[in-house]
Design a protein around this ligand. Structure first.
Ligand SMILES: [Zn+2]
Length: 422
């Protein structure tokens, strides 16, 4: 068991080496770039960046973060924004509950805490929507210099390699142990920088594949690296035969480096496959317009605008085009066109977190539909700039060239004047 913990001496060495390395090598990122010392503003920036960074790459987040901060530089401005504007700014980042939660956090902080971020970890976790132990730890350590640990995917990887934690990450005993290791390392002097140094190390040096161990500032404290150097893969020592944290010799795959065995790989749950029929209804006034539907609150993409989508019946593979169109007409109530107006535009695919979704896309001219409380006509420009999911933008890109061809051909407009998006 002792090898799965840090000694006092190792803690001192790790802290010192990590902070020296971080000061020299940290990447310049917009949310790290603050000159004001107002911890309330820093807390807001950390919260926005951390929520954006969940599930999303740094390079993508930078652009969104800067746009966001220009629009809503502080909690008060975000609290008074409309949900539609918030979702519009988030459109394309996915996992829209993060945006809704951020918005609710700002409103709660303004309404109940006078615009001042709560500093107490338990209050943050229990009161602020979407804020868990990790985000609360990041905000409290970075903005308020409180010695609270953080544990995200990067930190898990670093810690499990340092201390050879090879047990299942789904087990509470494993994550409890990793949290306690993270708590051991947080130094009271610079807790925010220490936490960020662990994340940065995981993101740039201690990577899932091909970690750059020779450049690692805490290589000497890394047990996985030490084992990799000194032992053959068939001869991995264990604390004892019943240690719950050690990798079992049978779990070692000699084709990979030993360091890469930590943390233990999650068994991937396969995404569920689903097919939808989508209908893009358009009309031609002075310009092309498209009928959009606002998604209901219970929906995965609630609050966003969408074309008309129907989950296909299980036997859709056996249905001919006419049957599919009949099915569409039966399912969609907002349209006023008949079956012969509906044309096939093509297909596209989008991967959601749990669903591998195929869209079969149809379009139809619909002059007669009158917008209801849930529907609205959008111009091309509005479709491209409104709160619309990435999946529906893909659908639009497939349908639009065909709609233009059909709509303008009939009006004898030269095709060369039509812009086809990539
Ligand atoms: Zn062990």
């Amino acid at each position: 068991m002792t090898r799965h913990r840090f000694s006092t001496e190792e803690i001192t060495l790790c802290r010192r080496s990590l902070l020296v390395w971080y000061d020299k090598h940290k990447r310049k990122l917009p949310w790290r770039d603050w000159h004001d010392t107002d911890s309330n503003i820093v807390a807001y920036r950390v919260l926005v960046s951390e929520l954006m960074l969940q599930q999303t790459q740094v390079a993508t987040v930078i652009r969104y973060y800067e746009t966001w901060m220009n629009q809503w530089p502080n909690v008060n401005s975000l609290a008074s924004a409309s949900e539609d504007d918030v979702l519009k700014c988030w459109a394309g980042l996915g996992y829209y509950n993060r945006a809704r939660n951020l918005h609710k956090c700002a409103q709660l902080i303004v309404n109940e805490y006078n615009g001042e971020f709560p500093r107490d970890l338990d209050i943050m976790i229990n009161r602020l929507p979407g804020v868990g132990r990790y985000t609360a730890g990041a905000v409290s350590s970075i903005a308020f210099s409180l010695p609270n640990p953080i544990l995200d995917g990067n930190v898990i990887r670093v810690l499990s390699r340092l201390r050879c934690i090879g047990s299942d990450l789904k087990k509470k005993s494993t994550t409890d142990h990793l949290w306690s290791l993270a708590a051991d390392l947080v130094c009271p002097e610079r807790p925010g920088d220490l936490n960020q140094s662990l994340m940065e190390l995981g993101a740039t040096i201690c990577t899932p594949q091909k970690p750059k161990c020779t450049e690692c500032p805490i290589q000497k404290q890394c047990l996985a690296y030490e084992q990799q150097i000194h032992q053959s893969s068939t001869d991995i020592e264990q604390c004892s035969t019943n240690c719950t944290f050690c990798l079992k010799p049978t779990e070692i795959d000699s084709s990979r480096s030993l360091v890469e065995h930590y943390p233990r790989k999650k068994v991937k749950t396969k995404q569920r496959e689903e097919t939808s029929f989508v209908l893009v209804l358009y009309r031609l006034n002075s310009q092309l317009e498209f009928l959009m539907l606002k998604q209901k609150q219970s929906n995965l993409l609630s609050g966003l605008w969408s074309f008309f989508e129907v989950i296909s019946p299980p036997d859709f593979d056996q249905m001919n085009e006419r049957k599919r169109k009949t099915f569409l007409i039966e399912q969609i109530q907002h349209m006023s066109c008949n079956i012969d107006d509906i044309k096939l535009a093509g297909q596209c695919r989008h991967l959601f977190s749990h669903i591998d979704k195929q869209y079969i896309i149809y379009y139809a001219l619909d002059d007669l539909s009158i917008p209801t409380a849930q529907t609205q006509w959008f111009t091309e420009e509005q479709v491209l700039t409104s709160a619309i999911s990435t999946a529906m933008k893909k659908v639009f890109n497939v349908a639009l060239p065909q709609i233009k061809l059909r709509a303008f051909n009939g009006k004898k407009v030269g095709l060369e004047s039509i812009h086809f998006p990539g």
